[in-house]
Design a protein around this ligand. Structure first.
Ligand SMILES: [Zn+2]
Length: 322
């Protein structure tokens, strides 16, 4: 089975911009509000569709149902693809938000999943900022008071956004992205978001967007405190060196920076590869694809081994479901 490449699902939201087209070569139109490019999605109303090859025209969910063993290998029991993969262009503040964890999500949706996510920053303006968690010692009563008195900013842990940084945001963490940031987002396949604050802005209809204060307060882990960019762990398979950025219950993210060919043994699990910089040929026994910056592929578990042939200095993210 060949590497799968999907047509991206482009989402226009008022905080978006034009970088998805200008930097990542996504097929955007004339508008200036392209916010998200969903690269791999298996949601009830949002399915990425295979672009080329034997499975062209099929949704991710259809492929998963047609060839579960080949796609998922030892994880054949999964009935929905477990990860949601996006690129995001934040050209304004996103709303301040929080996601439930798995057990909390069940209270809001049948078979609901939590959302733990991670951001890998491709580009950031010099003064770009991210809200990642709460300042140390912020308890529920202080946070609630700050929110109702219009001074919630005082409780938020703000960190600078820098290209190359990875920020890991566990479910139940208060977070927001500021303007001037282009990033890759790896997250659980979930769409449950509770908005806490929208910086006083109005929606497209001239009304403030709906907030979910009570649900948010129930979700937030007030013990977790601030979040900092991750410290990468340097690893090697003997000849090829790479970094492990995140390892959690839901996903593992590794970063490969290479000029020379290298291989990945899949161990009967699918892989997602995202090209962050440069260009590479991705070759398996089932076929090959050539991907430039901003492109994503899903390698089925049955591929066995993946050979990656960079065309010049290339940076790739490798994502797997543990
Ligand atoms: Zn989020």
């Amino acid at each position: 089975m060949e590497p799968l490449v999907f047509e991206p699902l482009l989402k226009r939201i008022r905080w978006g911009g034009r970088l998805l087209g200008e930097v990542l070569d996504k097929p955007i139109g004339a508008e200036s509000d392209y916010a998200e490019s969903w690269e791999i999605a298996d949601q009830p109303n949002d399915q990425t569709v295979v672009a080329t090859g034997k499975f062209a025209g099929q949704t991710l969910h259809e492929v998963l149902q047609a060839v579960p063993e080949q796609l998922l290998g030892r994880q054949t029991h999964l009935t929905q693809f477990p990860l949601l993969i996006k690129f995001l262009d934040a050209n304004d503040w996103l709303s301040l938000q929080v996601h439930p964890d798995d057990s909390q999500a069940l209270a809001y949706a049948e078979n609901g999943r939590g959302k733990t996510e991670a951001w890998i920053i491709l580009h950031a303006e010099p003064d770009s900022q991210i809200c990642a968690g709460l300042k140390p010692g912020t308890d529920r009563s202080e946070f609630e008071a700050a929110l109702s008195e219009g001074r919630v900013e005082q409780t938020l842990n703000m960190i600078p956004a820098r290209a190359g940084d990875c920020v890991f945001v566990p479910a139940r963490t208060v977070h927001a992205l500021g303007p001037g940031i282009l990033l890759a987002e790896i997250q659980q396949q979930s769409n449950i978001t509770f908005r806490l604050h929208d910086w006083g802005r109005m929606g497209a209809d001239g009304q403030p967007r709906e907030l979910h204060i009570e649900q948010s307060l129930q979700c937030i882990d007030f013990e977790a405190g601030p979040v900092a960019p991750v410290s990468a762990v340097e690893l090697s398979d003997g000849t090829h060196h790479f970094e492990e950025l995140v390892r959690c219950d839901y996903f593992v993210i590794r970063r490969h920076q290479a000029i020379d060919e290298f291989s990945l043994a899949l161990n009967d699990r699918f892989r997602i590869l995202m090209v962050m910089e440069g260009r590479a040929v991705i070759r398996t026994s089932g076929g090959q694809v050539t991907l430039g910056k901003g492109r994503t592929t899903l390698i089925p578990a049955a591929a066995g081994t993946v050979h990656i042939l960079p065309e010049g200095n290339t940076t790739l993210l490798e994502v797997l479901h543990p």
